[in-house]
Design a protein around this ligand. Sequence first.
Ligand SMILES: C[S@@+](CC[C@H](N)C(=O)[O-])C[C@H]1O[C@@H](n2cnc3c(N)ncnc32)[C@H](O)[C@@H]1O
Length: 311
Amino acid sequence: MTRDAPAAEPLRVILRHAAERLVAAHAAEDLDEGCLEADLLYGAASGFDRARVIAAGALPAYAEALATFEALLARRLAHEPLAYILGTREFYGMTFEVGPGCLIPRPETETLVEAALAAIAEHPRARRLVRVADIGTGSGAIALAIAQHAPSTQVYGVDVSGEALRWAARNMRRFGLAERVVLLTGDLADPLTEPIDVLCANLPYVPTDDYEDLPEEIRAAEPQIAVEGGPTGIEIIARLADQLPAHLAADATAVIFELGAGQAGFVEDLVTRALSAAGRGPLDVRVHRDLRGIRRVVEVRTGYPTAPPAG
Ligand SMILES: C[S@@+](CC[C@H](N)C(=O)[O-])C[C@H]1O[C@@H](n2cnc3c(N)ncnc32)[C@H](O)[C@@H]1O
């Protein structure tokens, strides 16, 4: 970027003032978060990474970068999500492109990816080919993180939203994963034609009444279809549970669902009942907690070899 006349104040002072405005506008929870966001917005405006923004703190800011920064800051003060303004969000050590039309990947979803990678590594065909589905793929976060970290997989990412799938396709190309990832449009598991070994889903699970209480920032910017899960929150997950027997491979399989606080018991019942009714068993049920200690992910395995007794 070309540099023009420097502004009078040091960058550090300008960014501190911006952080205070973000806190006052309730766009940032506290000054630490405000400072981080101000740094990232100035980084986007100037082309600097955060380390360079901090290192430049004592120097005067440049008017051209400052004008762009003010425009980005105004969007953030109006509660546009930071990830949409920056155009990217880090997830599982990968930088995903995101924007209107797809859910911004959340840190708690990394718990699901961890569980899926373990289920893939322990699958009897782990050294050959494990077929994975990610239902409700959105930006492709889960499907692409799995494909990137588990090279012996063929991954299918399904979404009902064409807009979301366009983001997934951009990310698939960005990470060079088009050979092992197939994106499909449609309702839940309907578009799948291959039997699936490991089926993951982070479907909408916020109950309709709770949706109204979510921060304005989420309701105004992120697609409602990605967040609201129906009257109890688990209606869409329940429909997918009923579809499982028709789409899972006949031998070893794992089903891994992300859910909201307090939903684990209900989802465990839905999945185990659907699989038992189809004669699948014995079932190995696991619940994984996220970093906040919430029972976030339910996993049900069938047909995996049992570990030999210790000792
Ligand atoms: C909570 S978002 C998850 C996005 C992404 N997997 C992630 O973890 O960041 C739920 C996704 O499910 C999709 N979805 C909602 N209903 C669906 C359905 N009936 N069939 C397929 N996808 C659906 C939404 O479009 C949205 O992309």
